[in-house]
Every structure is written in structure tokens, then in C-alpha cells.
Design a protein around this ligand. Structure first.
Ligand code: CA
Length: 252
């Protein structure tokens, strides 16, 4: 809280106004002081700000309004942040979500990102950092030109956050998509566990040894078709390999 308070008195950081002036942000946070700081700070940076102090109200507002981003606390009365996020994604809304976590706990973060959050910040955080993260998750699709990675009949586009198999869209979570991109980029080669963890969670995050295997299995279940060839092979003790080249004998 202190570092947030102090950061609010920083001289205004460099921002491109056209990026922020029309952005509509909903903040869902139950601590009144934190909510007011966030509301005031984002307003001063040119954002259009709406607020909700509990999860139920937050979900209602997030589904009723066209938002550019949602700043979402995890610990909330009436409906917690993770449940709100799941309900929002289940309703088909792709609104970018920045989660606020009380502690840097791996479980909370994995849970949040797996539930469809785009990024997270651990309290206390600085205001410039919050604004930078918001700009990053709401960045318009300018870099979209051709970010797609093609490996056999699978295409993954990490920038547009979409993936296809034989031209059909695959419904992947953000983490599954990052994993698929990390594998498909080096199709036909064994990609080490460390390298995959870095491409999914970032090099600076420590995740438990089981997290990658769990994620690989959930990706496999969406990627492979019954009776078809397994696209992700395990290289024991080393990593995983994506068999992307359109294989003869592919049945699926
Ligand atoms: Ca809270």
C-alpha cells in the first residue's frame, strides 16, 4: 500500500495520450482506500474508470459494458476474482484482465492465469507499473501482421491468441497457447523443460515441477483427436517434442 501511495506522487510518467484517453477500465476491489487510489490514479492518467466493490457487481458491470480492461482483485466478497473471471470467460467475453494478488503465491497466479487472466500484479505495486501492464494487455493488435507459427496442420498465433488445427479453431487457455507456441516454434526438435517453462510463465517465475506436465496433458487433450497421432511427444528427462510436419498416415 505504501509503495502505491508513494508512486501516486511521482511526476506523471510518459504516456501516449491517444492510447489511454478513451480506454474504459473497470476496477473490482473491495478495499475502499485501494479502490479510491486506483480510481483516482487511472482517471488522472486519462482512463475512463468504473468501479465495483464486490465480485457480483463486478461481473454484472463487466458483462454489461464494453470495457478495454478489467483490474481485478482476487479476494472479493460475494464472488471471488477467479470465479468472476471464469464466469466472464464462459460468457464469451475476451476483455483483457489484470489480476491483483495479495501475495506472490504460485497457486493463486497459476489459477488466475489459467482462468483466463492476461497478466497479474502482486500488491504492493507501483502506479507506473500498473499503467504499463494495462497498456501492455490492451495494446491494439498492431503487431498482428504475421505472427502465426505453422507446424504441419497446426497454426498458432500468440499475438492474436488463437490456434487452429486443420483450419478449425482450437479453444485453448492462454497458458496452453503459449506452450503450443513454444513447441511449434521448434517443431521436430526436443524443447527442454526449462525453455518451455520460460516461454509459458516467463524466465523469472519459479513454477513447481508438475505444472508443466499438467499443462502438457491439458494441451494434448485438446490437440489430439481420438485415434489420431500424438502431436506432443515426451523426451524422458529432457523435455517435449512437437511433431508438426504433416505426417503420412495422419488419420485425424
Ligand atoms: Ca480484496
Amino acid at each position: 500500500m505504501n509503495s502505491l501511495l508513494e508512486a501516486c506522487h511521482y511526476p506523471s510518467i510518459e504516456l501516449t495520450l491517444e492510447m489511454t484517453e478513451s480506454m474504459r477500465i473497470l476496477i473490482v476491489e473491495d478495499e475502499p482506500r485501494m479502490l479510491e487510489l486506483l480510481r483516482q490514479g487511472l482517471y488522472e492518467h486519462g482512463f475512463t474508470v468504473m468501479t465495483a466493490a464486490d465480485g457480483e457487481t463486478g461481473l454484472t458491470m463487466a458483462t454489461a459494458h464494453e470495457l478495454d480492461a478489467l483490474v481485478l482483485d482476487i479476494g472479493l466478497p460475494r464472488l471471488d476474482g477467479c470465479s468472476l473471471l471464469r464466469a466472464l470467460r464462459a460468457s464469451g467475453r475476451r476483455t483483457p484482465v489484470l489480476m491483483l494478488t495479495a501475495r506472490d503465491t504460485e497457486d493463486e497466479i497459476i489459477h488466475g492465469l489459467d482462468g483466463g487472466a492476461d497478466d497479474y500484479l502482486t500488491k504492493p505495486f507501483s502506479f507506473p507499473e500498473l499503467v504499463a501492464r494495462l497498456q501492455s494487455i490492451t495494446r491494439p493488435h498492431r503487431e498482428e501482421t504475421d505472427s502465426a507459427i505453422r507446424a504441419g496442420d497446426v497454426v498458432v498465433d500468440p499475438v492474436r491468441r488463437m490456434a487452429w488445427r486443420k483450419g478449425e479453431s482450437l479453444n485453448l487457455t492462454r497458458l496452453e497457447l503459449l506452450l503450443l507456441a513454444g513447441l511449434a516454434r521448434q517443431a521436430g526438435r526436443c524443447v527442454s523443460r526449462q525453455e518451455l517453462i520460460a516461454s509459458v510463465w516467463g524466465a523469472e517465475h519459479a513454477v513447481g515441477p508438475g505444472a508443466l506436465d499438467v499443462l502438457v496433458n491439458s494441451l494434448r487433450s485438446k490437440l489430439d483427436t481420438p485415434g489420431g497421432r500424438k502431436r506432443i511427444g515426451t523426451v524422458r528427462g529432457r523435455g517435449y517434442i512437437f511433431r508438426g510436419a504433416a505426417g503420412a498416415g495422419e488419420k485425424a
